[in-house]
Design a protein around this ligand. Structure first.
Ligand code: IDP
Ligand code: MG
Length: 381
């Protein structure tokens, strides 16, 4: 039998102590399908439909809130408890066979402990679920505190869950970093006055912008990143060149494409209209000089005026490449710029840099340093 992580109030706060507070479902494990199934079974029995859309709308919220959202406020608290118990039993039966940590989680926990961070779980889930998952991953004892959804009177997006975690850890809110995947959790962390890393495991990037850092996976995160975050710096900040190509300019799509990128949380830091001469076109596409399509591409990109822009943001390069879609519009995913607006593999509406090194070179071809602006009030850059 494993002993309980600390559940009493900490012995006073020291300003140098730092903590990472973990959400569980959608961050430590991918449990969404089992929760959905559990809810569908109990709601169906009571004549209510529970769609995937309902499920995602309620993600991160405590179970009693979810039951009331679906069956109405009139339901008695005894019945709510019965429904939740039944749902959680089904959930644990399904989940029990399938407990795997999401990429980077176990490594980050180890690294945090090595670097003197305190760690807690602050989940909306009941303690039985937290035990099942953390014990089978053999991490239950590594946490300095565990807060379940039922220890607070108000669940996320109320900040109580995180504030109680900080109190039990004995760490000031401003020295806590929350890791979350749900909008309600991100909101709760900001209301608690904490830093927040959102991971896009279950929610699209554009809906998580309230977080201080939005990343696609915990695999790449380092202790330096966390230190930077506590000091309000981001090491994930990148710049990328974007060109709005002739086919899009001719169809009046410049604004639409810029809007697509801004919606991803990227900031426009430089923009101009210019008519490329062949020499600049050749330099820009120099890596393709031996390709059969090179001359055609140079002629095309210099055929009419285009927009050149620099976008800045966390993981800007990957975010832009994903938003653009595959080079060939026929192969690009629905909803991407190239799928929605591209004509063919050459006339594919938009260019985005493919690496940090390429971005630096490409930006220099189009902009001088004083043409590039910033949104960092601290440094004025
Ligand atoms: P990317 O723009 O997705 O980074 P690259 O392979 O770097 O794709 O190619 C640069 C550009 O060259 C493409 O965006 C497209 O306009 C053009 N291109 C790529 N492959 C072909 C091809 O097979 N035929 C004609 N044009 C091509
Ligand atoms: Mg390229």
């Amino acid at each position: 039998m494993e002993s309980n992580p600390q559940t009493s109030v900490g012995t006073g706060k020291t300003s140098s102590e730092k903590a990472v507070i973990w959400d569980m479902d959608g961050i430590i494990v991918d449990s969404a399908q089992h929760h959905l199934k559990g809810w569908q079974i109990v709601f169906q029995k009571r004549g209510a439909n529970y769609t995937e859309e309902d499920f995602w709308r309620n993600t991160g919220k405590r179970s009693d809130t979810i039951v009331k959202n679906i069956l109405g406020e009139k339901i008695s608290s005894d019945e709510i408890m019965d429904i939740i118990r039944e749902k959680d039993e089904t959930f644990r039966q399904l989940m029990g066979k399938d407990i795997k940590a999401l990429p980077g989680v176990l490594e980050l926990i180890t690294s945090l402990k090595e670097h003197g961070f305190k760690i807690a779980i602050a989940s909306s889930a009941p303690i039985e679920n937290i035990r099942l998952i953390t014990q089978s991953l053999k991490i239950y004892n590594r946490f300095d505190a565990i807060i379940s959804g039922w220890e607070v009177t108000k669940g996320k997006p109320n900040p109580q869950t995180f504030l109680l975690a900080a109190e039990k850890l004995g760490v000031e809110a401003k020295n806590c970093i929350v890791i979350e995947d749900a909008i309600s959790g991100v909101t709760a962390s900001k209301k608690a006055g904490m830093s927040c890393i959102a991971v896009t495991n279950t929610t699209p990037r554009e809906e998580l912008q309230e977080a201080d850092l939005v990343i696609n996976t915990l695999e790449k995160i380092t202790i330096d990143d966390l230190e930077n975050l506590l000091h309000q710096r981001s090491s994930y900040m990148e710049k990328s060149l974007v060109l709005i190509k002739p086919d899009a300019m001719q169809r009046g799509l410049a604004g639409t494409i810029i809007a697509h990128l801004e919606k991803q949380g990227l900031k426009l830091v430089a923009v101009k209209v210019l008519h490329l001469n062949k020499a600049l076109a050749r330099r820009h596409y120099a890596v393709h000089k031996d390709k059969p399509f090179f001359n055609g591409l140079v002629d095309y990109i210099s055929s009419v005026p285009i927009v050149a822009a620099v976008f800045e943001g966390e993981e800007a390069i990957a975010v832009i490449r994903k938003t653009m879609g595959a080079t060939d519009p026929a192969k690009a995913e629905a909803g991407t710029i190239r799928h929605d607006f591209g004509v063919d593999i050459e006339h594919n509406s938009v260019h985005g840099s493919d690496s940090i090194e390429t971005a630096e070179k490409e930006i220099k071809l189009f902009f001088t340093e004083d043409e590039i602006f910033g949104y960092h009030p601290e440094t004025g850059t």
